[in-house]
Design a protein around this ligand. Structure first.
Ligand SMILES: Nc1ncnc2c1ncn2[C@@H]1O[C@H](COP(=O)(O)OP(=O)(O)OP(=O)(O)O)[C@@H](O)[C@H]1O
Length: 264
């Protein structure tokens, strides 16, 4: 896999907010089948990196490419169209719609009907509705959420809502899935379900996954490769075992080093 073209390549990305260097020289090559975790203490730059890699923030320096095409400064929908899907820290489902309908919305986004046509059930939408519903059901079943298909999103437990969001992201048929603190607010059993779901997406479907997480132990269990940021800087990269044994990482997490964010 090492030689395959990265689905998402971040090359020496930097991001400043005024005088604050939120991210410096960050690089990632996310290849088919990868399962990478991005961790770091508060304010390390994880969210900034995530937002740059999904087009939400334009980098101040460095380049981004999706499957070899330069995407630096492109808007989020271009990343989605290119096969880079994401979830958000806060649940963003259509609360009144069923699980199936939420996943169908993801499919419509992918197949160009657009959200407005989807919600208004315009003619182009109706024509393909049955096919899309079948496909959505397939995705929901495949991800082990079939028993929830007809439930309204707002009636689901928090953990199930988050898994449905992942299913909706999967409906865009991504090559890479970027998860922003997916376990935040989950209890232990919800976290276990989430781990199984992500392992399935990555292992069975071969989708590359990047998980940005605060929770080091979750990333250590889930990921094969881990990157660590600290105060905007790239601190370490390696297997979970390497990272857990890395003195700099341990020091960063324990807060034994002094100093605020890097300044220009
Ligand atoms: N829009 C912004 N304007 C100004 N400063 C920002 C902005 N977004 C982030 N920062 C700063 O950039 C630095 C990195 O923040 P970021 O949110 O990326 O860290 P993080 O690793 O995601 O932290 P956390 O785990 O607390 O969410 C912090 O010092 C933060 O205050």
């Amino acid at each position: 896999m090492e030689d395959s073209e990265p689905i998402l390549a971040a090359n020496e990305i930097g991001k400043r907010f005024g005088g604050l260097v939120a991210l410096q020289d960050y690089s990632l090559a996310l290849r088919p089948g990868d399962l990478v975790g991005l961790i770091g203490p508060n304010g390390a730059g994880k969210t900034t990196a995530f937002n740059v890699m999904t087009g939400v923030l334009a980098p101040t320096s460095g380049r981004l490419a999706v499957r070899g095409t330069d995407m630096t400064g492109r808007p989020p929908h271009r990343f989605a169209e290119s096969g880079v899907a994401r979830t958000f820290q806060n649940v963003r489902l259509f609360a009144d719609l069923s699980v199936l309908e939420n996943v169908m919305a993801g499919l419509h986004m992918r197949h160009g009907s657009g959200m407005v046509a989807t919600l208004l059930a315009l003619p182009g939408f109706r024509r393909s509705e049955r096919e899309i519903a079948e496909k959505a059901r397939g995705i929901v079943e495949m991800l082990g959420l079939g028993h929830l298909a007809d439930e309204r999103a707002m009636d689901l437990s928090y953990g199930d809502q988050r898994r449905v969001e992942i299913a909706r992201a999967m409906a865009t048929e991504p090559r890479a899935l970027l998860l922003d603190e997916p376990a935040a607010g989950m209890n232990a059993s919800e976290t276990e379900d989430l781990l199984r779901l992500v392992a399935r997406i990555n292992g069975d479907l071969g989708i590359a996954v990047l998980v940005v997480e605060h929770d080091m132990s979750l990333v250590m269990r889930l990921c094969r490769r881990v990157q660590v940021l600290d105060r905007g800087r790239f601190l370490a990269e390696g297997t979970p075992q390497d990272i857990q044994a890395d003195a700099d990482v341990v020091a960063a997490y324990l807060g034994t080093r002094r100093g605020g964010g890097a300044r220009a």
